[in-house]
Design a binder for this molecule. Structure first.
Ligand SMILES: Cc1cc2nc3c(=O)[nH]c(=O)nc-3n(C[C@H](O)[C@H](O)[C@H](O)COP(=O)(O)OP(=O)(O)OC[C@H]3O[C@@H](n4cnc5c(N)ncnc54)[C@H](O)[C@@H]3O)c2cc1C
Length: 385
């Protein structure tokens, strides 16, 4: 067993760290205040190869795998959890899924622009009445002979109002439940009777837009179907097992940032005649944060390695996502406590880390859903895939 990153992986990690520090950090406070999402930054990330994980070379791949993607997303999230989302919205969601299930024409048409960041991606499955229970979705696409006609709505879709092309999961045969779900490639800016609106009430991730999509008889061309009609649930679960690790990598970044901020502050802040980092209870807080963060890191890197080596990994991916997101929330919470009243101030990073971390317990399957997956495989009810 070798725990060393390769020289190339160290370089990739360092490139992402420098990008986050030089291109995101200086303007982040202002952008957070204005809830600003920057298309030029998505394109810059594409240019740096951030969205090329697992993509065949002919569509813009650079030879990077999940490990490289995780290392980059972690470094970016350490500065801004919002800016970790494009890893999923461009690469681990749309690009990988179309690379796996798309026709040659779909691959050529869509993947390169997701990878180079010139077309903003997304994936929409969640609906007002359907979250964890994906197969209960109600949005339907009816076959009208020469086109599909979509009616219904999606909610909580990242990049809903910004997307150029992305994945849409809907029912094509609702009576068949999960066997009646299908996946489509949606180009929101080219379709009729479609409205996207931003959700303005989010607690955090202020530089990562999230929104609603409403379809009122929206026509999709026949060639927008991804895979076969009825493949949607299988495609969706496959996609989530990839996007889940992007979320876990983001959680590593948030927990790492919280740990560093807490340590720096605890060494500086003096109470009762010594730095608070010399008080045993603060030391216990820091020790817990460090252990949980490093345990999560090992789980996430191992899951990435399993993916890169083509081994079953659903079990390990869900463990990584569960541990990393819970560790991030705990670390951010402890960080706020260590900062005392300053932790409660928007002048300091702790509160943003906490607000951003909370999203990680929900997206790509809640912590309870990860436990269901883990327990199902651990108990032998379901095979690890
Ligand atoms: C910032 C953000 C970005 C997002 N981006 C996207 C996106 O890009 N695309 C997209 O499609 N969705 C997105 N989502 C939606 C997210 O994936 C869903 O919110 C999530 O799957 C949970 O669904 P829900 O909110 O409907 O909760 P529900 O499914 O209603 O769950 C509510 C609670 O019940 C629990 N629960 C539900 N079922 C069970 C069960 N069987 N056993 C035990 N507990 C259970 C859950 O764990 C949770 O605590 C995003 C959400 C956020 C907050």
């Amino acid at each position: 067993m070798n725990f060393e990153l390769t020289d190339e992986q160290k370089l990739v990690q360092e490139t992402a760290r420098e990008f986050a520090l030089n291109d995101i950090a200086p303007t982040l406070a202002e952008e957070e205040k204005n809830h600003e999402f920057r298309l030029d930054r998505v394109a810059r990330m594409g240019e740096l190869g951030f969205f090329s994980c697992g993509v065949p070379e002919e569509y813009g791949g650079t030879g990077f795998g999940f490990m490289e993607s995780v290392l980059m997303a972690e470094q970016v999230a350490k500065v801004s959890a919002s800016w970790r989302l494009p890893f999923n919205m461009q690469n681990l969601g749309p690009a990988l899924t179309v690379a796996k299930f798309g026709t040659d024409e779909q691959k050529q048409r869509f993947i390169p622009a997701w990878v180079d960041g010139t077309q903003v991606g997304f994936f929409g499955m969640t609906e007002p009445d359907s979250g964890s229970d994906v197969a209960s979705m109600k949005t339907v696409a009816r076959d009208r002979g020469d086109h599909w006609e979509v009616t219904g709505s999606k909610i909580w879709v990242s990049n809903a109002t910004q997307g150029d092309a992305g994945l849409l999961y809907v029912m094509t045969d609702p009576e068949q439940k999960h066997r009646g779900m299908s996946a489509f490639i949606l180009q929101p800016k080219t379709v009729n009777d479609f409205v996207a609106t931003d959700i303005e009430t989010k607690l955090g991730l202020h530089c990562a837009p999230t929104g609603e999509m409403a379809f009122h008889g929206t026509k999709l061309p026949k060639d927008a179907l991804l895979g076969q009609a009825g493949d949607g649930f299988k495609i969706c679960m496959w996609q989530l097992n990839n996007t889940r690790i992007g979320c876990a990598a983001g959680a590593l970044g948030v927990a790492g940032a919280a740990l560093e901020a807490a340590v720096d502050y605890a060494n500086e802040r003096t109470q009762f005649g010594k730095p608070i980092s010399k008080h045993q209870m603060v030391q216990a807080q820091i020790a817990e944060m460090a252990v949980e963060h490093h345990a999560a890191q090992l789980l996430v890197y191992r899951a990435a390695w399993l993916k890169d080596t083509g081994k079953p990994n659903q079990y390990e991916t869900s463990m990584a996502k569960l541990q990393a997101s819970e560790a991030a929330v705990h670390a951010a919470n402890e960080c706020m406590k260590i900062f005392g009243s300053y932790g409660y101030s928007t002048e300091y990073p702790a509160e943003r880390l906490y607000r951003d971390a909370k999203s990680l317990q929900v997206v790509e399957g809640t912590s309870n859903i990860q436990k269901l997956i883990i327990a199902g495989i651990a108990s032998g009810h379901v095979a690890n895939r």
